[in-house]
Every structure is written in structure tokens, then in C-alpha cells.
Design a protein around this ligand. Structure first.
Ligand code: CA
Length: 220
């Protein structure tokens, strides 16, 4: 899962980037509204964390422009303390949730998980597929209730597929959603990660759809 973080306060940005990466997200960060708009329109993100008070273009305008361009990804806005009017304006502009500064990192992470879960049509923070279970909160994976150890990249691939069960996911889509912008991307490595995942979870769960990509089949 890949997040766009738009925040101009350096210390808070660093704390957020670290917490998000530790939680298994790929994170692209920008500190101004103009780059935020450019990135959000041109790249693939599973959610956006958007501060409203930003240089160049304010967050509310960025949000309105994204929605006007038909971008539907979940957006969590960060507002000033007691900025109730900002929250109202943000929600009206298409925000899915908000947090007032200062906030607890745990709350931000929980809200983010919920947004991604809802956007992909899942009700619970634990995702099941056959005997495989992913706890999106802890990032733990089990097969038949036995813990399975995955590398960070394997977990990112599995997490994306678990959120998009029974859908065909192309290698390009996977590449876009597991790597940050500056990462040296190579969609061939996706094949390697899939190969390794098939050794760690029941191999038949991940179907190769020739010429199109992969599908995690949930027959429950
Ligand atoms: Ca700000």
C-alpha cells in the first residue's frame, strides 16, 4: 500500500514518514500543494494524508482539484487545532476523514487502515483468504493459524493482493503500489516476490492470469 503524505512541517513529516514506513507502507512525501497535486494526479496511491495549510496551493484546493479530476482515493486531512470550520470545508470538498493537530500516531494509523479497508470493501482489520490471514494492524500473516515470516516487500505484495481479492492485479499495478517514486522499479522483481510468496502460502491461492497479471482467489 502506497501513501502520499503532504505536510510542510519538517519534524511532523519525519515522524509520519517513519511511522508509516514502520507500518509497512510505501510513502511519498511532499511539503507543498503544487507537487502534491502533480503527484496525486500522476501516480498511484492507496490513500493521501493531506495537511490543509500548505505553501503554493492550499490543501483544500488540492483536494477539490483531485475530486474534480475524478480521483477517488481516500483522503485524510490534517487540520489545525479547533479548526472545526476547516473540517467542515474539508469534508464538503471530498475528504473521507480528518484529524486535528496534535494527534496520536496510533490514531492516525488506525484511521488510515480503516480508510483503505473501506475503499477496498473490507469490513474487518483482519483479511482472510482461504487459510491465509493478514492482520493489517500488526502486519502479521498466518497460514492455518501458524505464523509465516515475510520480507517487507513480500508483505507489501501480499497485502495489496489481500485487499484486492478476486481481482486481476497487473504487475504494473503492483509495482506502482508497493514502490515509492524514487525507488528503482523493475516489474520483473514482482514475479520474484510472487514466486517466494507461493512457497510461503498455499501456492494455488495466487493464480497467474496469462498476459494480465495475478489474482488472489478467495473461494470462501
Ligand atoms: Ca501546514
Amino acid at each position: 500500500m502506497r501513501i502520499l503524505l503532504v505536510e510542510d512541517e519538517p519534524t511532523l513529516s519525519q515522524q509520519l514518514i517513519q511511522a508509516l514506513r514502520e507500518s509497512g507502507y510505501s510513502v511519498d512525501h511532499t511539503d507543498n500543494g503544487r507537487d502534491a497535486q502533480h503527484l496525486a494526479l500522476g501516480e498511484s496511491f492507496d490513500a493521501i494524508i493531506l495537511d490543509l495549510g500548505l505553501p503554493l496551493i492550499d490543501g483544500l484546493t488540492v483536494l477539490k482539484n483531485l475530486r474534480a479530476q475524478g480521483r477517488k482515493m481516500p483522503v485524510l486531512i490534517l487540520t489545525a487545532r479547533d479548526g472545526w470550520h476547516e473540517k467542515v470545508a474539508g469534508i464538503d470538498a471530498g475528504a473521507d476523514d480528518y484529524l486535528s493537530k496534535p494527534f496520536h500516531m496510533e490514531e492516525l494509523l488506525a484511521r488510515l487502515r480503516a480508510l483503505i479497508r473501506r475503499a477496498t470493501g473490507h469490513a474487518s482489520s483482519e483479511l482472510d483468504c482461504g487459510t491465509v490471514r493478514l492482520d493489517t494492524k500488526s502486519g502479521r500473516v498466518t497460514v492455518d493459524a501458524q505464523p509465516v515470516t515475510l520480507t517487507a516487500h513480500e508483505l507489501k505484495v501480499l497485502s495489496y493482493l489481500m485487499h484486492h481479492q478476486n481481482e486481476i492485479v497487473s504487475r504494473t499495478e503492483l509495482t506502482e503500489h508497493i514502490y515509492e517514486q524514487d525507488f528503482d522499479r523493475d516489474s520483473n522483481t514482482i514475479e520474484v516476490f510472487i514466486g517466494r510468496l507461493r512457497k510461503k502460502i498455499p501456492p494455488e491461492l495466487i493464480e497467474t492470469v496469462r498476459g494480465l497479471g495475478y489474482r488472489l482467489n478467495n473461494t470462501n
